[in-house]
Design a protein around this ligand. Sequence first.
Ligand code: SF4
Length: 234
Amino acid sequence: MKIIGVAGTKNTGKTTLVTLIVSELVRRGYRVGTVKHTHHDLDLEGKDTWKHREAGSELVVGSGETTFFLIKDELKLDKILKIINSMKELDYLIIEGFKFANYPKISTDDVKDEFTITNINVFQIHEEDIPPLVDLLEERTYGIIPYGNCGECGFDNCLDMARAIIRGETSEKECKMKKIMEVELYIGDEPIHLNPFVQDFIKKSVLGMINSLKTHGKEPIQENVELIIRNGEN
Ligand code: SF4
C-alpha cells in the first residue's frame, strides 16, 4: 500500500485534487483508499450513532451496507495506517491534510518541504495534467516506512531513503527489508524490526503449528495470518 499525501492551506482545492487522483488511479485498475484529517466532528448531531457517543460510548460502529467506526480519541497517523493495512488490501492510500507526515505529498499551496513531490495550483489544473501527475506519483511514492534502519539500501536510515525516493534518486524496490516483510511484529503500537532470518523462523514456526491443527483443513494455509498475543490486562 503506497501512500500519497495532499496537503495545503484551507480552500486551496485539496479535496478536488484527491478526487481527481483517486479517479485516475481507479481507472488504472488500482484499489484506492483515502483518509482525511479534519478538525470537525464527523458524526451528525441527532443521529443514532451520535446519541451512542453522547451517552459515553468510546467506540461506535455503524454497520449496514457500509461500515464505519467512530473512535473518541484522535489516533496518530501511524496507527491509522497500521489499522487500514490490516483491514483492507489497497494499492494506494491518499491522506488529505496531514502536512507534517513523513510521506510523499503534493502541496496545494506554495509550501515545500523535503517530502513534497510537487506544488500544484488546483484552480489552474486541466484534465490532461492528471495522468502525468499520477505517473509521477507511481514513481515517487512508497508504503509504510519500515523504520528498520538497517542501511542495506545504501542510506543511513529509512527516512533518508524515503527522501531519496521523493527526489527520484531511488525506488522502494531497493529496500531489502520491504522485499522480505513477510512478518510484522508490533509490541503495543511500536513496530519491532525483524531481520530476514527471524522473519523466516517465525513464519515457518507459526504456519507449521497452524497447519497441524485439527481444526484446520488439509490444504496448507495460503491466506495472510494475524496472531495477537494478549499479554496484559487488556
Ligand atoms: S533497506 Fe529498508 S529498512 Fe533498511 S534502511 Fe533502507 S529503507 Fe530502511
